[in-house]
Each structure stands twice: as structure tokens, then as C-alpha cells.
Design a protein around this ligand. Structure first.
Ligand SMILES: [Zn+2]
Length: 113
């Protein structure tokens, strides 16, 4: 996986739902813009809360283990018009990390593997 932040250290953010209190920890693998809110139904695998998860703006401990990441798409990747606009404004995209990627992250960050 492309990993531009490796040398600079990762920015770990925590989004907490206003409605149900569920949280998700994200990490930025690229430089770019991330949203302040994330729909809870997007971060939750359980139930369908319609609340909004609010970013803690990196005030959370930085040693939390992320389960999702923000990444920059390549200019030539297919995107719908809304995504294209977001991308051109420097926006990053969200996806869940695979189990393997989470293990890789832990090794790299905590064990300097
Ligand atoms: Zn919620």
C-alpha cells in the first residue's frame, strides 16, 4: 500500500458518534483534507444508527489502533463527479483497514518493524 506518511509519523483521529457513542479510529496515510463528520452508518458494522461521528481533531491519544484509513486517490482513478470534486479540493478517501493491514500498522508503529 502507498504510505506517504511513514517518515513523518501518522496522524490518528477518533470519530465519536453524537447519538450512540460508537467510535472509530482512523489514520491518515497521505496528506490531505479529512471531514469533521462521518455518518455513523458508515463506520458501524452493527445496527444502523443515523447519527454523526464527530472528529476529535487529533486530541485523542496517538497510540490508538486504527481500523480505517484516509488515503489519496490517484488522479487517473475512476471517480464520480462528487468524488472528483472532493479529490481536486485535496480530499482524502475513507476505507476500512483489513486485518492484515492493522497488524502491519501495529508492527510498523509500535515495534518499528
Ligand atoms: Zn451512532
Amino acid at each position: 500500500m502507498k504510505d506517504n506518511r511513514k517518515e513523518k509519523g501518522y496522524k490518528v483521529n477518533c470519530y465519536i458518534c453524537d447519538t450512540c457513542g460508537k467510535s472509530i479510529v482512523t489514520v491518515e496515510y497521505d496528506d490531505g483534507v479529512t471531514p469533521f463528520f462521518l455518518g455513523c452508518n458508515r463506520v458501524s458494522l452493527f445496527g444502523d444508527c443515523n447519527g454523526l461521528c464527530r472528529a476529535s481533531m487529533y486530541s485523542n491519544p496517538q497510540n490508538l489502533i486504527p481500523t480505517a484509513l484516509w488515503y489519496r486517490k490517484k488522479d487517473d482513478e475512476p471517480m464520480n463527479p462528487g468524488e472528483r470534486q472532493h479529490h481536486e479540493n485535496g480530499g482524502l478517501f475513507f476505507r476500512e483497514l483489513t486485518e492484515e493491514e492493522i497488524i502491519g500498522y501495529v508492527k510498523k508503529v509500535f515495534y518499528k518493524g
